[in-house]
Every structure is written in C-alpha cells, then in structure tokens.
Write a protein that binds this ligand. Structure first.
Ligand code: NAD
Length: 318
C-alpha cells in the first residue's frame, strides 16, 4: 500500500478521476465525537497525515455540530499547501438539529460548509445518511456542481440496499461516489457483495469505519456506540486475544480493509499524530509483508457470528 517514493498508494475513485490515498482521514473525531481534541492536536495530525501521503479528508456539518468542519478548515489552512494537493469531502442533509434534505437547505448548507472549511470548493459533497432523506435534492446538487462549488456528488448510508435503491433511480452520472460505513471490517464485509454492481456503474467506493467506530480498538467504543452488548463483548475478547499475542487489533482491522483494492480509500477517524502514524504504517507494512493471515483467521473465528445488521435501526427511503 505504498508507492516507490514511500508515500501511501493512491487509488482512483470510480469515474471521477480523483486519486485518493488508500488511507483517508476521517475528521469526525475533530468534532470531539470520540472525546476532546485540541486545535493544536488537530493541526499536528493533519500535517503528519499529509506528510505521510494521506491526501483525503472527510467531514460533515453534523460532526460536533459544525466543529469538525471548522477545526479541519483551520488545520488545512495551517498546512499551507496548494488546494489541488488535497481532496476534501463534506456532507449535507444531516445536522445537529436533525435531517433536512430540502433543495433550499442543501444549497445553503454548502455555502456554510465552504465558509467553515475556508475553501472555495469541496471535491465531494455527500448526502449524509440518504436512508433518512429523499432523492429530491439531487437536481439541486447538480446545480452546485455547475456553479463550481462541488466537483462530485456522493451518498452515504448504513443499509447497503440504500445504494442500489438510489442508484437505480437517479439518471446515469448523477451520483459519482458512495460512502459505506461499518460494512467492510473484520466482523462484517458485506460491502463486497455490492462491488460488481458499483463497478458496472463506475461509482467510486469509500469505505469508512474500518475500526467499526471504535469497536476494533484496545480502548473500545464510545458510550453512544449502537452495537449490541454481544458484539461489543466479542470485539473486546478479540482485542484482548490480539494483545496477548503481541498484536494490535486496530492494525489488523486496517490491513483487512486496505487489502480490498475495490475500495478507493479506507476512511479512518483519527485524532492524534500517533494514530495517523500507526494507520499509515499499517498500510506500508501490508504492502511490504502482506496480511497477518493466521491472526486474522483466529480473530474472524471470535467475531464471525456477529454482524451489526440485526441490531441497528434501519430506515429505508420511501
Ligand atoms: P473508525 O472505525 O474509523 O474508528 C474511529 C475511532 O478509532 C476513533 O476513536 C479513533 O480515535 C480510533 N482510532 C483511529 N486509529 C486508531 C488506532 N490506530 N489505534 C486505536 N484507535 C484508533 O470510525 P469513524 O471515525 O466513525 O469512521 C471514520 C470516518 O468515516 C469518520 O470520521 C467520518 O469521516 C466517516 N464516516 C461517515 C459516516 C457517514 O457518512 N454516515 C459514518 C461513519 C463514518
């Protein structure tokens, strides 16, 4: 997962032509979603990420009630590199106050996001959790594209069938990218079933939450995590098993996701230089030495019968 210059591998995002680093920087932690993060730590994390070849940064007005966008905007500004050297995605339709996918709100939302991010355009604007929205805003997003405020349009969501539902109903080319989360990590790899369909449509694939939103970490998930008690304890057992073997569950989980080359970027939430370094190193080590197949098999055996699907609330588009 590293190129000859030692930087992280870049992968093309569907038909967009964008080349995303295989490890992407998820900025929800910069909205204090997983605990407090200072602007200094955010600046240092973003700087280190860019130095190691991470060129893709994802945020949303929803994360920390707009805080993540503001903190990421300052950190990118402090980085001081030309705008075309990094790729930024943000979202619309989901806010601290609730969901609003109306064309009017979405159009206003982009201007607000650009101001907070201190940018003239974002590379990708995604409808945030489209299963709670409608398809009505897609024409408004096309207008934003024509106005040069966004380059590409994406949709994000938890239930995988939401992607086929939307993509089967919008005109070809109306949606460029999907962001799926928690469906390509060690205990749930069901995103893979959708790959032939997505490829046939030239849709770029971003897979978020390789650590299952903190489940696949030694310190465990945050309070609000929606997984069942059963899945939480299985992940805890898997993390303890790895630790005993002298391995790290997060590294194993990153390498598992990164191994799937149909995923253009594995979007992991990071809040410290240390996490950035560990996750970039996981990619470099994978490129040089391959996956730790033995440990992976053992951890899969601990996690296998448990997926999120049955436990999490799902809502489908009407
Ligand atoms: P994740 O699986 O990436 O886990 C993040 C958690 O793991 C944080 O607590 C982080 O501090 C910790 N972590 C990161 N690297 C670590 C390491 N090496 N060792 C130990 N702990 C480590 O979950 P996430 O942050 O929710 O997802 C990643 C990103 O994807 C988000 O920040 C967001 O940008 C995006 N996302 C989008 C949606 C959506 O659009 N609906 C949903 C989920 C995630």
């Amino acid at each position: 997962m590293a190129s000859s210059d030692g930087k992280l591998e870049l992968r093309t995002l569907g038909n967009t032509g964008l080349k995303l680093s295989c490890v992407g920087f998820g900025a929800s932690p910069l909205g204090n979603v997983f605990g407090p993060v200072s602007q200094d730590d955010a600046d240092a994390s973003v700087r280190e990420a860019f130095r190691l070849g991470i060129n893709f940064f994802d945020t949303s007005p929803y994360y920390g009630g707009t805080l993540s966008e503001k903190v990421l905007g300052k950190a990118l500004k402090a980085l001081g590199v030309p705008r075309n050297e990094y790729i930024v995605s943000t979202k619309c339709g989901r806010y601290a106050e609730g969901f609003d996918f109306s064309a009017e709100r979405v159009t206003k939302s982009v201007d607000e996001s650009l101001a907070r991010l201190q940018l003239d355009y974002v590379d990708i604007l995604q409808c945030h959790d489209i299963e709670f929205g409608s398809l009505d805003q897609i024409p408004a997003l096309q207008k934003l594209k024509e106005a040069g405020k966004i380059r590409f349009i994406g949709i994000t969501g938890l239930p995988l069938d939401i992607f086929t539902y939307v993509l089967d109903r919008v005109p070809p080319g109306a949606v460029d990218v999907i962001l799926s989360y928690c469906h390509y990590s060690i205990n749930d790899s069901t995103l893979d079933d959708l790959m032939p369909y997505l490829k046939s449509k030239g849709i770029g694939v971003i897979s978020a939450s390789p650590l299952a939103m903190g489940l696949l970490t030694e310190s465990g998930p945050p309070e609000w995590h929606p997984a069942s008690a059963e899945l939480k304890s299985a992940c805890q057992a898997a993390a303890a098993f790895c630790k005993e073997k002298g391995k790290n569950i997060s590294k194993l989980a990153m390498q598992y996701s990164l191994s799937n080359k149909d995923i253009s970027s594995v979007l992991v939430g990071m809040n410290s230089v240390r996490q950035v370094e560990e996750n970039a190193a996981a990619a470099v080590e994978l490129a040089n030495a391959g996956k730790d197949e033995d440990t992976l098999l053992e951890v899969e055996a601990i996690l296998k019968p448990r997926s999120y699907g049955d436990n999490w609330n799902k809502k489908n588009l009407d």
